[in-house]
Design a protein around this ligand. Structure first.
Ligand code: NAG
Ligand code: NAG
Ligand code: NAG
Ligand code: NAG
Ligand code: NAG
Ligand code: NAG
Ligand code: NAG
Ligand code: NAG
Length: 585
């Protein structure tokens, strides 16, 4: 092995005991998994889920109260071969046996549940399909005259008034407006209790003439005039962009704005841009027929018929688990949006006060850590939950695997947090299995020896269970250990314990015959660097700063291009800086 002497002359760092973990770029660390039935890890996760759900359904445990709770679950992927990875349907005995039930007697992929706030995904999707996100940094006052008229008040008294001209479309979609959550609905005690009961609860009596006392809300519903009159009297919770703070009112206002931009009702906009193009025939913006529904108990008790009026875009909808899965697939496949817009959409709008969680449009973003003994892989999950009446719901998207799951639940005594409890149960089994499935596929497809025609350049690709990505070993050109050279040139010091690992760059050029070029980016790391699990500012994951840190004649040493034939077989790997195409042996 040759090593230029100037490299050896560079400063050597102190040797340390703890090796730093491999840190990939954000995103998938392998090609996304596709044939799930082939994967031993997925088979075992599915067997486990089956056993766990069987047990959950049999004993009427407090975790589910399965005697009265019905639910439907689908684990889905965008893979053409296996869009449905796993499903589970449980019908409560109470529903099956009810003599006078007005809905369906058995849950199924097509049975219709209420969604509650999961509706907000449809609402943002509608906006993005209709109008993109170009207006998202514009003030909402541009599209909602009632708010424009009120914007000035905040300058005199920011404690009492929302500065509506600082609230953008994106702020409303991303829960960053700082405005109140609801007006007259849900949280309003005077709508839930009569005056004497409220006083018993400790509240002071209010004069019926008090302008702050909503005259509308749950019933009768507020019309637009009343809504804005009331909303504009309400104090803000926070300044715009200070912290995520959930606002249903924001989604009502978004719908008014889109209606004004497009000149159609929000329901029409959603139906023409999302529901019909995706064939979501079991999804309803409002007033779903009872005959298709899962309705535990009475329609009134279950809140089947209750409509939110102008607040519908925040939480009124109805859908089936198959339609929610289809929605999730369409989002990840970019069926209705350009891929770049999907990538912008599947991002947090803000961090939150929880280390592993952010808030998006309207996503709850959860940062799931895939446990590698010697590596860091954080999978961002984009979730939206909802609950209304006897119903709760959840959609989870895992774009790193092009997979996700949908959960719809109905029952008069469903324990609190059941939707997220089910997500915990599903996610803890699925995420490691999806990662393992992706690694199994990557190993079978990319693993092996590669060498160029002259025998000057060669390398070997492998995977390891304790490290993310494809490991590059024995990378040699003209007798030189290129991994060592790469890490030394990038870091500017030696000696190093070189590590080179490849991750999908998300770039591919597909030719007419189906063959393609697929780009991977390498991370060059020195395993002699100490792990820094507890540092305040130092990081194990400065990876993103170092990409394209070694370039030869404009071509990066960390860029590799696979040639994949029309059958999906790997033909060769090319290193751009070395101008070397190495054929797979
Ligand atoms: C399923 O997996 C969990 C966690 O991985 C384990 O604790 C549990 O025992 C398994 N259950 C069954 C029935 O296999
Ligand atoms: C739940 O249903 C099972 C089977 O129908 C029954 O044996 C059990 O008594 C029920 N439990 C409750 C609490 O209703
Ligand atoms: C208030 O509601 C309670 C029931 O919650 C009822 O008993 C009471 O009569 C009501 N009072 C008035 C003044 O309507
Ligand atoms: C809204 O309701 C008020 C009564 O509170 C009524 O005076 C007004 O005409 C209604 N506005 C619309 C647009 O229906
Ligand atoms: C939805 O309904 C339309 C019109 O009846 C039909 O053409 C379409 O195939 C249906 N889509 C699905 C997914 O069932
Ligand atoms: C069915 O009848 C029972 C007993 O009369 C009643 O408690 C229940 O609320 C009824 N359910 C519906 C859906 O009407
Ligand atoms: C290989 O390295 C030798 C010695 O440095 C050099 O003379 C030769 O030109 C190199 N060959 C290629 C193909 O780079
Ligand atoms: C380099 O790091 C790997 C992984 O920590 C370790 O197994 C190996 O012994 C190290 N090699 C040297 C020369 O330090």
């Amino acid at each position: 092995m040759k090593t230029a002497s100037f490299l050896l002359a560079a400063v050597a760092t102190a040797t340390t005991v703890l090796a730093g973990p491999n840190c990939p770029p954000l995103g998938p660390v392998y090609e996304k998994p596709y044939r799930f039935k082939d994967s031993a890890a997925m088979q075992s996760a599915i067997a486990n889920l089956t056993a766990v759900f069987q047990a959950l359904d049999q004993n009427n445990s407090p975790a589910m109260r399965a005697n009265t709770t019905s639910y439907s679950i689908e684990v889905f992927s965008t893979s053409e071969e296996e869009p449905l990875i796993f499903s589970w349907h449980h019908t409560a005995a109470a529903l099956r046996e009810a003599k006078n039930n007005s809905g369906v007697r058995e849950t199924s992929a097509d049975a219709v549940y209420r969604l509650g706030s999961l509706t907000k995904v449809f609402t943002v999707y509608t906006w993005l399909v209709q109008d993109g996100d170009v207006k998202w940094n514009e003030p909402i006052t541009k599209y909602v005259p009632e708010l424009a008229a009120a914007a000035d008040s905040a300058r005199d008294d920011p404690v009492a008034h929302v500065p509506w001209d600082e609230v953008t479309i994106g702020a409303l979609a991303g829960q960053l407006s700082g405005a109140i959550r609801d007006y007259g609905l849900m949280s309003e005690v005077t709508q839930e209790f009569n005056q004497s009961d409220a006083v018993q609860l400790g509240f002071p009596p209010l004069e019926p003439s008090d302008p702050m006392l909503p005259k509308c809300g749950q019933w009768p519903q507020c019309n637009r005039t009343e809504f804005f009159k009331g909303l504009l009297r309400a104090y803000p919770s926070f300044a715009p962009f200070a912290t995520p703070a959930y606002t249903n009112t924001g989604y009502q206002i978004l719908a008014y704005a889109l209606e004004s931009i497009k000149g159609k009702s929000f329901q029409t906009l959603m139906e023409e841009s999302v529901l019909r193009p995706l064939g979501l025939n079991h999804t309803y913006f409002q007033k779903a027929p009872a005959e298709v529904g899962i309705i535990p108990g009475t329609r009134k008790g279950a809140n089947w018929d209750y409509q939110l009026g102008d607040e519908n875009p925040a939480g009124n909808m109805y859908s089936s688990v198959a339609d929610i899965s289809a929605l999730g697939r369409a989002i990840m496949r970019s069926t209705l949006l350009p891929p770049v817009l999907t990538r912008r959409w599947l991002r947090p709008a803000s961090m939150s006060s929880e280390l592993v969680a952010g808030v998006g449009y309207p996503w709850g973003v959860r940062r799931v850590v895939v446990p590698y003994a010697n590596g860091k892989h954080v999978v961002d999950a984009f979730n939206k939950a909802g609950s209304i009446g006897y119903y709760s719901s959840l959609l989870v998207l895992l774009p790193d695997y092009d997979a996700g799951f949908s959960v719809l639940i109905a029952g008069p005594q469903t324990p609190g947090n059941t939707n997220f409890n089910l997500a915990d149960l599903l996610g803890t089994r699925l995420v490691p299995a999806l990662e393992a499935a992706a690694r199994e596929h990557a190993d079978a497809k990319f693993g092996g020896e590669y060498v160029d025609e002259t025998g000057t350049a060669s390398l070997r690709l492998t995977t390891q269970p304790d490290r993310p990505g494809l490991g590059v070993e024995n990378w040699v050109r003209n007798g030189t250990n290129m991994g060592y050279i790469a890490v030394v040139l990038q870091g500017g010091y030696s000696p190093v314990n070189a590590s080179v690992r490849l991750y999908p760059a998300g770039l591919e050029t597909v030719r007419e015959d189906g063959s393609k070029r697929v780009a991977f980016k390498a991370v060059f790391e020195d395993l002699n660097q100490p792990a820094r699990p507890d540092s305040m500012f130092s990081t194990d994951c400065g990876t993103w700063v170092a990409f394209t840190g070694v370039v030869y004649g404009t071509q990066p040493l960390d860029q590799f291009i696979f040639e994949i034939d029309a059958e999906g077989k790997v033909v060769s790997i090319e290193n751009l800086a070395l101008r070397a195409v190495m054929k797979k042996r």
